[in-house]
Design a protein around this ligand. Structure first.
Ligand code: UT7
Length: 322
């Protein structure tokens, strides 16, 4: 059996930090409201002239270094992003150029906050069929560029960042299973009013923004993530107690707590970084993973459940032995 095994992780957050107290000066909000409703204390924002590929490159280089690999080893690049630098080439191709990699498959995956889980799931298929031996999988976003910084409903929630993993073919697991889902019927609960085909005038006028019915998204997210946890455990004939770490999408501490409760997991076994960088969409799961790998909490051989939920709606999970 060809398994995809994580052999290195990396992440990057831009230098500039916007705290809740900074936001108090920009919109009608309070640090207390943001912390109590979301768990977020601060978010990072890309500098002028710093783009998604710049963030992706930093995270990718750190993951390659941790894996002990060079660009020459990589035979597949997948970048999950909702905020690509250009309509084309894809951010994956731009990253490929930065890393001086030539010829291997490189493409973007767009599944909003579930993007990294989708990218891992797709990569897993490449490994199982023997099509890839060493892959670079990245989640990178500059969501600050599509926010309406006058809309308190959304601007307090999101941030910029990137995370990456290097996967290597292994006879031992590895990714045990991946579960990818979507239901486009939920479009109106979470979307951008603008787009390439619809026109970008709102975005270019500086009033871009994300249209979101927050509390309705919240309810569907909690229920859906509860279901995917069951689906993932059943597929692997595992029990809740077999999971060593939950590495969830970092959107809201209350959603994370609800999923942990479903798994009967103490919060000591849940990786939480949402306080430090808010919702970084497709970057949030690899950012959390890299944090807990580097600080020594996650150890080789442990079983991790990665999960996410986002616009589309999309949702998914990956169960792996680290
Ligand atoms: O990654 C996937 C994408 N998104 C998500 O996962 C987001 C899911 N949703 C959430 O995280 C939560 O629903 C929010 C954090 C967005 C909102 O929390 P909530 O507890 O669901 O609040 P709410 O939407 O029910 O709003 C409560 C009140 C409203 O005022 P009224 O109508 O009760 O007077 C809002 O206008 O809070 C108000 N409000 C704010 N107040 C201060 C909304 N945003 C703010 C704010 N500061 N920034």
């Amino acid at each position: 059996m060809n398994y995809a095994r994580i052999i290195g992780t990396g992440s990057y957050l831009p230098e500039k930090i916007i705290t809740n107290f900074d936001l108090e000066k920009m919109v009608d909000t309070t640090d207390e409201w943001i912390r109590s409703r979301t768990g977020i204390e601060q978010r990072h924002v890309a500098a002028e002239g710093q783009f998604t590929v710049d963030l992706a490159e930093q995270a990718a280089r750190r993951a390659l270094e941790a894996a002990g690999k060079t660009s020459a080893d990589i035979d597949l690049i997948i970048v999950a992003t909702t905020t690509a630098d250009r309509v084309f080439p894809s951010t994956a191709c731009l990253l490929q150029q930065r890393l001086d990699i030539h010829g291997c498959a490189a493409f973007d995956v767009q599944a909003v906050c579930t993007g990294f889980i989708y990218a891992l799931g797709v990569a897993d298929k490449f490994f199982r069929t023997g099509s890839s031996k060493c892959a670079l999988i990245v989640g990178a976003e500059t969501l600050s560029r599509i926010l309406d910084w006058n809309d308190r409903n959304t601007c307090v929630l999101f941030g910029d960042g990137a995370g990456a993993v290097v996967l290597e073919q292994s006879n031992e697991a590895g990714i045990l299973s991946s579960h990818l889902h979507a239901d486009g019927a939920y479009e109106k609960l979470l979307y951008t009013p603008y787009g390439v085909s619809r026109g970008l005038s709102e975005l270019l006028d500086g009033a871009g923004g994300i249209a979101m019915k927050g509390n309705e998204v919240f309810k569907v997210a909690v229920n859906t993530l509860g279901r995917i946890v069951d689906e993932t455990l059943a597929c692997n004939n595992m029990d809740k107690s077999d999971i060593d770490w939950l590495v969830p999408h970092q959107a809201n501490i209350r959603i994370i707590n609800a999923t942990a409760k479903k798994l009967k997991m103490s919060l000591e076994h849940v990786v939480v970084t949402v306080n430090k960088h808010g919702n970084t969409s497709s970057a949030s799961v690899p950012l959390a993973l890299d944090t807990a790998v580097r600080d020594g909490r996650i150890k080789r051989g442990e079983v991790l459940m990665l999960e996410a939920f986002g616009g589309g709606f999309t949702w998914g999970s990956v169960l792996l032995r680290y």
